[in-house]
Design a protein around this ligand. Structure first.
Ligand code: DUC
Ligand code: ZN
Ligand code: ZN
Length: 473
């Protein structure tokens, strides 16, 4: 058992900041101490195995990215990060826990889908990981199996109102799954886009010769997101299910969520860095096939329409509660290129797991959010939302020793040849400059990133069983 003392830093939580030293004993935080505390008159720094000097830096709970898709089969290929490469990249960026999505396909047993994801992840992860369960085929068997998910440490499941013929659930299936959500307390996560209508629009665009990546964003218009979000809210209201809408990008969808919350419904929403910084005009509309790098669903939205500003505002007002990445990386070569000449065949997804903490910190620098809100959005609320709080998401005695030392005077130039550790052949964040830097990452008491060196190893991360969301009564 090693002991680590983080000295001289400012500990930042969701509710405040204060100078403090953090003592980690083995895998757990033992104490949060007044700066320079002694032990029975002895200098603590002389008694511990490792001292991390955090003078002038922030000491924050490790990031929790509650929405990743390592190795997800999609569009005839699979997300290019394995659990090994993706979790290592996450660690580089100050994320110490991911919650990935196990997949149950139509006709498959839920238990088998979950077991397959355990097999992919076990022994390969650099950081701790949990699972949500995608239910791609709602039927009597899967509905019954869902009732056993909590025993497996899976306290949330995801349904898709998009992707007919792949992951899609119709309203009858959603209703039945939400009844299980109501009965069990499992959180219903929803991909809210009207898939059947999108497919018609996409076909019409392709028939008219509009095949560039840009038209992905036109087919998946904000009305498709608003309508589906509204429908999901109504079905949740009817059934009494708690609802969490993933990757919200349209300001009109936020309005739906805010209205439901004002009416007292247990409704929550996340957005992702791409919906805060990137746009339909600049990225999806890039010349030639370049825009394929940013094909994801929900799509990047028009800056002229003000969606990005609306997402920042919703994060400030708590109309949206969290920021996850929806990390789903694909290379341009052989993967995104599948959609040359037909945007519908471009695999959907962006790789961001490495950059979420930095990109959100830049929001602190530019005055969009406070330092405390940064911690809340990226660590504390994800822990509370998904049943990990206490062991994760907070620096307090008894919590896991998942701690990041962040240097507000450091700098991070994001670029494929500079900072890139995700298994992709490009960076969707090329050229982004961050006025801060992840200096040291400690995961369950082990220093795994320090001073630009990776010190962890494959298999350091463990499966974490999750409890019910702390936001539900
Ligand atoms: N959206 C993406 O961009 N990728 C994977 C699945 C999804 O819903
Ligand atoms: Zn989705
Ligand atoms: Zn996703």
């Amino acid at each position: 058992m090693t002991t680590t003392l983080i000295t001289g830093g400012t500990v930042v939580s969701a509710t405040g900041r204060a100078p403090a030293d953090v003592l980690i004993d083995g895998e757990k935080i033992r104490a949060v101490l007044a700066p320079g505390s002694t032990l029975l008159g002895h200098d603590l720094t002389a008694s511990v195995d490792t001292v991390v000097d955090a003078t002038g830096k922030y000491v924050i709970p490790g990031g929790i990215d509650a929405h990743t898709h390592m190795e997800l089969p999609f569009g005839g290929t699979a997300a290019s990060d394995t659990f090994e490469t993706g979790t290592r990249a996450a660690a580089w960026g100050g994320t110490t826990t991911i919650i990935d999505f196990a997949v149950q396909k139509y006709g498959e047993r839920v238990q088998d889908g979950l077991a397959a994801w355990h097999a992919k992840a076990a022994g390969n992860c650099a950081i701790d990981y949990g699972f949500h369960q995608i239910i791609g085929g709602v039927d009597d068997d899967s509905l019954s199996a869902m009732r056993g998910l909590l025993d497996e440490g899976v306290s949330s499941f995801k349904l898709f109102m998009a992707y007919p013929g792949v992951f899609y659930s119709d309203d009858a299936q959603i209703l039945k799954a939400m009844q299980v959500s109501r009965d069990t307390g499992l959180l219903t996560m929803m991909h809210a886009e009207n898939g059947p209508a999108i497919d018609v629009l996409a076909q019409q665009l392709v028939d008219a010769g509009k095949t560039d990546p840009y038209y992905h964003g036109i087919a998946r218009a904000w009305q498709m997101e608003e309508e589906a979000t509204h429908r999901a809210i109504m079905l949740a209201d009817l059934t009494g299910a708690p609802l969490y809408v993933v990757h919200v990008s349209a300001k009109q969808a936020v309005e739906q969520l805010a209205g439901a919350r004002d009416r007292g419904q247990n409704v929550f929403g996340e957005t992702c860095p791409q919906y805060l910084y990137l746009s339909l005009e600049e990225q999806l509309g890039a010349p030639g096939f370049e825009g394929a790098k940013w094909v994801c669903s929900t799509p990047l939205r028009s800056r002229a329409e003000g969606h990005q500003n609306a997402m920042w505002q919703a994060l400030r007002t708590n109309d949206l509660q969290m920021v996850s990445t929806d990390h789903c990386p694909f290379c341009m070569k052989d993967q995104k290129e599948l959609g040359l000449g037909d945007f519908r065949k471009i695999p959907n997804g962006i790789g961001s797991v490495e950059h979420r903490m930095d990109l959100m910190y830049q929001g602190v620098v530019t005055g969009e959010i406070t330092l405390e809100r940064w911690v809340e959005l990226t660590s504390t609320t994800p822990a509370r939302m998904f049943g990990l709080y206490g062991t994760k998401g907070v620096i307090q005695p008894g919590a896991d020793g998942d701690v990041v030392v962040y240097d507000p005077n450091g700098h991070t130039s994001i670029g494929y040849d500079k900072t890139h550790h995700m298994n992709m052949d490009h960076s969707a964040w090329e050229g982004f400059e961050i006025d801060g830097h992840v200096d040291t990452v400690i995961a369950r008491g082990r220093v795994i990133v320090d001073g630009g060196r990776y010190l962890g190893s494959k298999g350091d991360g463990r499966y974490v069983k999750r409890g019910l969301s702390q936001y539900l009564i």
